[in-house]
Design a binder for this molecule. Structure first.
Ligand code: 5RP
Length: 291
């Protein structure tokens, strides 16, 4: 029999206290459903609205990349320092410990290898499998100005439709072909198209001039892509300038896992992104921790 002895109406109704309503500070997300906002809050720290995403998905088109030969040895120890891990379902199932608390941003497009035309991608993961893997977000490459531009945009819009059904947000990754210029004009075009067509966040490259116009014109969070390996101080400076110009953090791969001190580097990047530590100071920290 149910124990109903101390069941009473209670007195703590506080009728004069308005109901608490915490609104997400993440750009463009206030009208999203609860599941979407919750997943975004796992990727973008609610305190700063920014993320340090560690990108290790390179193998999906270029095979074993320097620094990713053994993800179990090189990347797994870095997981506690990353706000999110961008990777493939193959790597998640084979190598990433399910006990890790770092959310996964799942690479969901693919097809061509570096031996072929890269823009010829198709969707490579179903949203059902993304949900099964507890993905916090899915990522899709969009090739604005590329040979298969429309197909890649269509991949993204289909993924957004599916993401809306499952409450899983979509990160559009703007891939810049070799013959395109990574200037603010191009990046504004690419990021805005992705956002207009439904991406919940956009990853794009940094440009030294007018990057603030790229972030301002994009109604959803812009995450700075890392790109090829730079000297650590330069990479930290680029991250610093990007967040100062309105980026909601970074998604860096080679600049972290190809560093001589990957753990110290990701921690230095996090101090720049989340605490606005100046790049020189973050670099000093890196040297201290890397010894
Ligand atoms: C290409 C990608 C990558 O596969 C990867 O995430 C790139 O990381 P990085 O350039 O920082 O090494 O998204 O656009």
């Amino acid at each position: 029999m149910a124990d109903t002895d101390d069941l009473s109406a209670g007195g703590r109704f506080e009728p004069t206290v308005p109901a608490r309503a915490e609104i997400s500070r993440l750009k463009g997300s206030t009208a999203l459903d609860w599941g979407m906002q919750s997943r975004l809050a796992r990727v973008f720290r609610p305190e700063t609205g920014r993320t340090v995403m560690l990108a290790i998905d390179h193998g999906y088109f270029q095979g074993p990349t320097t620094g990713l030969e053994r993800v179990d040895l090189s990347i797994v120890p870095l997981l506690p320092y990353a706000d999110a891990l961008m990777t493939t379902r193959g790597m998640v199932r084979s190598t990433i410990p399910p006990t890790s608390r770092t959310p996964v941003v799942l690479r969901a497009s693919g097809g061509p290898s570096i031996l072929k035309e890269l823009s010829d991608e198709q969707l490579a993961v179903s949203m059902e499998d993304a949900a099964r893997l507890n993905a916090a977000m899915v990522a899709v490459q969009v090739f604005i100005g590329g040979e298969h531009e429309t197909q890649s945009v269509h991949n993204m819009t289909r993924l957004v439709d599916e993401g809306q059904r499952y409450g899983i947000p979509v990160l559009a990754v703007t891939a810049v072909g070799r013959d395109l210029t990574r200037d603010a004009r191009y990046l504004r075009l690419a990021t805005r198209i992705c956002a207009e067509l439904g991406a919940h966040a956009v990853k794009t490259y940094y440009c030294a001039e007018d990057f603030d116009t790229v972030t301002a014109a994009c109604p959803v969070p812009v995450v700075m892509a890392g790109g090829k390996k730079l000297p650590e101080l330069e990479a930290l400076t680029m991250a610093y300038r990007a967040v100062e110009a309105g980026a909601a953090g970074v998604d860096m791969g080679r600049n972290i896992f190809q560093s001589v001190h990957p753990a110290a580097m990701i921690r230095a990047v996090a101090s720049v992104v989340h605490e606005s530590v100046k790049p020189e100071e973050a670099y000093d920290l890196l040297l201290e921790r890397g010894e």
